[in-house]
Design a protein. Structure first.
Length: 200
């Protein structure tokens, strides 16, 4: 007869997954994205960004109201036909977070993006960022981009390259407004920014 896992052991599983995710994030911030600032490998950078987006899910807490039901999936939306969608889709296939399946969807318009829990806005959509963010105002949706100044202008998390390494910055005020809670471990790995008009 196979012994059933104890409740105590089952409770440790999510903690172990978060620990693995934390280690993965630390390793990602230490890895180079290419040979030089103007020569970084775009394919490798896409893999890193996909890994970041996946691991962010372990350190961000959404309110129950962000999901239609207890079994609703966590939806990561990629705005426009960005190659990151395919990379991320392969990475999260069969994966789950807090008992919710993870799915990746492409969005070409703002019509249905409120269905997302995470939305990534690529650099190709820089001119539409204001419109996209206005559609998501007061929604519990994690907004992520790679456009310079995104986190200072209403976005939650932004990727940037420094010393030939992919890093990320976080705007805690935006997370708070969206009713999202970020782990202190995640915040310690990020560069913290404030909205324009604050902090001098």
């Amino acid at each position: 007869m196979t012994a059933k896992p104890s409740a105590k052991r089952m409770q440790r599983i999510p903690h172990r997954r978060r620990l693995r995710s934390l280690i993965a994030l630390i390793l990602l911030t230490a890895c180079s994205v290419g040979q030089g600032p103007a020569q970084h490998d775009n394919g490798l950078e896409q893999k890193f960004k996909a890994a970041y987006l996946y691991n962010f899910l372990q350190f961000i807490e959404w309110p129950d109201t962000a999901f239609a039901t207890k079994s609703s999936p966590v939806i990561i939306g990629i705005f426009s036909q960005d190659p990151l969608a395919r990379e991320l889709g392969q990475l999260v296939e069969g994966e789950s977070v807090n008992g919710r399946k993870i799915t990746v969807q492409n969005f070409r318009t703002t019509r249905n993006i409120k269905e997302c829990n995470v939305i990534f806005i690529p650099g190709s959509q820089e001119d539409r960022i204001g419109t996209i963010l206005s559609e998501l105002d007061d929604m519990s949706i994690l907004t992520v981009s790679e456009v310079e100044g995104f986190a200072q202008n209403g976005g939650a998390i932004n990727f940037y390259v420094q010393d030939n390494k992919l890093r990320f910055e976080i705007n805690p005020d935006v997370l708070k407004k969206a009713n999202l809670k970020a782990s202190s471990r995640l915040l310690r790995l990020a560069r913290i920014v404030e909205p324009h008009g604050r902090g001098g």
